[in-house]
Design a binder for this molecule. Structure first.
Ligand code: FES
Length: 131
């Protein structure tokens, strides 16, 4: 009888340990839930020039169109966070001279990372930039 009680306690401890281990694995192996993206700005599609783009300085976002592709870039420099300037051929950071192509790829440092592409969602005649 005493042996049965000891065996049961041992089994319950084992189950509790397995549950705790399972919860830990669940917590660390699953990717964190993605934060919901919120609309940052709305652009009417007919306002967008066929070749070029629109710059939103306060939002630090450019909505560009090249070869039929429409995309939104963050204008926050990946070096130290200055606002990059958009020229017809490239984007230039005035702080330390990083240069990015119109797709946001680094051409010249010190920035190492490309400019962030923002999610662009079509909603009827509008394009909504999410961040
Ligand atoms: S902040 Fe842009 S190059 Fe340094």
């Amino acid at each position: 009888m005493e042996n049965t009680g000891r065996e049961r306690r041992k089994l319950l401890k084992g189950l509790a340990g397995a549950c705790a281990l399972g919860l830990l694995l669940w917590r660390f192996l699953l990717p964190p839930a993605q934060a919901q993206q919120k609309p940052l700005l709305r652009v009417r599609r007919d306002e967008l020039p066929a070749k070029g783009g629109l710059i939103y300085r306060e939002a630090r976002v450019a909505v560009l169109q090249d070869a039929g592709e429409i995309y939104a870039l963050s204008l926050v420099c990946t070096h130290l966070g200055c606002t990059v300037k958009v020229t017809p051929n490239e984007l230039i950071c005035p702080c330390h001279g990083s240069v990015f192509d119109r797709q946001g790829r680094v051409l010249k440092g010190p920035a190492r990372g490309n400019l962030q592409r923002l999610t662009l969602e079509e909603q009827g005649e509008s394009l909504v930039v999410l961040a």
